[in-house]
Design a protein around this ligand. Sequence first.
Ligand SMILES: Cc1cc2nc3c(=O)[nH]c(=O)nc-3n(C[C@H](O)[C@H](O)[C@H](O)COP(=O)(O)O)c2cc1C
Length: 303
Amino acid sequence: MEGVTDPCFRAVLLALHRPEDLGGACTEFLRVVDHPYRPGQVRKHLGPKTGSIPVGVQLMGSHESALAATAESVLQTDAAFLDLNFGCPTKGALKGCAGSALLREPKRLESIVRTCVEACGGDLPVTAKIRAGFDDAESVEELARAAEAGGASLLTVHCRTRSEHYTDQVDWTRITRAVEAVEIPVCGNGGVLVHEDLERMREVTGCLFVMVGHAALADPWIFSGQEVTAQAAAEFLHEYSLALESAGAGPRKRAARLKQLLKVWSAGGLISDEADRKSWMAEREPERLLAAMEARAHAEAIP
Ligand SMILES: Cc1cc2nc3c(=O)[nH]c(=O)nc-3n(C[C@H](O)[C@H](O)[C@H](O)COP(=O)(O)O)c2cc1C
């Protein structure tokens, strides 16, 4: 997720899981305007390869030759797949006719997928992520078929429309409709809150895979369903801070990233109640917040 799940967050989270519990992950989008990215830039975005869980690179754009050239750069990295973002709802994306803007143009969406598939020449799977539609979900089947016709080998369907942004209400029947419209595997997305929802979404919609967004920020163990202690939860956050430090982030940025997670954090009972959450969030001194987290992470190790 753009601005949230950087390579450091991904590395710490992936290290907690076995491929049986977490089948894959994807970078946040690389916005391709009219200039291709070089392999080194893609590598930086992807982060170093750690463990055996496949990580793909996501691109967002509509300039086909720049996307094709960037796809060639992706081929020169460790990326396990190339994903195309047709879901981003922001004004910036719409202005550049990228992300969810392409939900209004299924033919163009199909052509963009095809261009990237051809650029990858069978050496790297190309996947696509759509929302259920732009203003409404009338065309979810048409959009799913467009991605399939373009050669996508897997389709992720975020069941909200662009107009619905990130509303609490979700309609999983839209995922079912996409599953029934295409032959390629579908990964359902939208509104998974707890581990049990992963299986429930598969059962209810028939999708083969499930993608988790927001809920993984509150509980990085949602994929395995493992119950963890408050200390383990603090260790995760401390490890994340250390990884950010190794990547060159100063205390202010590291504390801001931890707060982004603490705002919604639920794992391990690390946050005992809303007053506790408020007191973490109220800490204005970055070093103090980082030291408090380190102390919680090492709490049981103190003799
Ligand atoms: C801040 C933020 C950034 C996001 N960035 C991306 C992104 O870069 N690529 C993407 O495919 N989805 C992105 N998403 C969407 C999520 O991946 C996911 O599709 C969406 O949150 C719905 O899933 P959920 O209901 O489990 O949260 C982002 C969402 C948020 C809130």
